[in-house]
Design a protein around this ligand. Structure first.
Ligand code: SF4
Length: 294
């Protein structure tokens, strides 16, 4: 067992000049969503039935480095973006993630998506440094009953998640719950909401979103159609390029989907950001994204 390294303090940022430029203008006008996403990795300890990225323990990892994410966060703020997202794969398989989150939060608020199954004592201790920082952990929890929840996500998922959430909340860490379902009836939803309140997560931090028909979900005949016109234009950076949305860099039959690829160039961040703006400007007026998925 290795000794947990201390989590870096966020870099104190000087009072910044308001960002200026085309990205800042588009974000301020509400034309471009303010969040930039980073895919930290594609591997996962789970193999969920509806996984968009076909993640699992043995897939190609497609990792971003810690430096790419921290520097990307800094550039995002300079350009005028207002929020950051981190997703995967299971993000907390990256051992440097707690430190990177603390550093990224020195630039902009961060939400990090996780399956919530890896929060053993050592990781919980590392995450204590995130308390009070603008970092939210968004944990997947689909159903209020273990069997129904675990049918799509794997054995023991429910048990681990409901154990982890109070541990995180008790350490002062902001937790959101994401419920990803084809459908859920009112009674089941009521029980799920009662559960997340019991776990310390308020209603405002519970999001319900549809399964998107890409990756493994498409093979299973699950989910809603989502191509460029349906998806909010949230710039998404991966090891393989920049995409239109976090629902873009999905994987099917082991190959990365490229229908929503904007450019292979991800550095400096202004290159994909301005390329996405040009694509937005080419869209007819009124063609706003139809799917509001977070
Ligand atoms: S849906 Fe999330 S937790 Fe499940 S296999 Fe995919 S990346 Fe892992």
């Amino acid at each position: 067992m290795t000794v947990a390294e201390p989590v870096a303090e966020p870099v104190a940022e000087p009072a910044a000049e308001p960002a200026a430029g085309p990205v800042a203008d588009a974000v301020a006008a509400g034309r471009l969503p303010g969040r930039v996403w980073f895919y930290s990795n594609y591997h996962c300890n789970l193999v969920c039935t509806y996984c968009l990225t076909e993640s699992g323990p043995k897939v190609a990892r497609r990792e971003l480095s810690r430096d790419q994410m921290v520097e990307g966060a800094r550039q995002a703020r300079e350009l005028g973006f207002t929020e950051l997202g981190v997703t995967g794969g299971e993000t907390f398989l990256m051992p440097w993630l707690p430190e990177a989150l603390a550093e990224m939060a020195g630039s902009l608020p961060v939400v990090v998506l996780t399956n919530g199954t890896l929060f053993g004592r050592r990781l919980l201790d590392e995450l204590e440094a995130l308390a009070g920082l603008p970092v939210a952990l968004q944990i997947s929890l689909d159903r209020p009953d273990p069997d129904a929840n675990d049918a799509m996500r794997g054995p023991q998922n429910f048990r681990k998640v409901v154990a982890a959430i109070p541990e995180l909340v008790g350490r002062g860490i902001t937790v959101r719950i994401a419920t990803t379902v084809e459908s859920i009836d009112d009674a089941e939803l009521d029980r799920l909401c009662a559960l997340h309140r019991d776990l310390g997560v308020p209603d405002d931090d519970h999001v319900i979103r549809p399964i998107v028909a890409r990756g493994r979900a498409l093979d299973q005949g699950l989910g809603v159609h989502a191509a460029l016109p349906e998806l909010p234009a949230e710039l998404t950076i991966t090891a393989d390029g920049a995409f239109w949305s976090p629902f873009g860099p999905t994987v099917r039959s082991g190959a990365l989907d490229t229908d929503l690829l904007i450019t292979r160039t991800t550095q400096p961040l202004s290159v994909p950001a301005e390329a996405q703006l040009r694509l937005l400007d080419d869209r007819p007026q009124g063609e706003d994204a139809a799917l509001n998925i977070r």
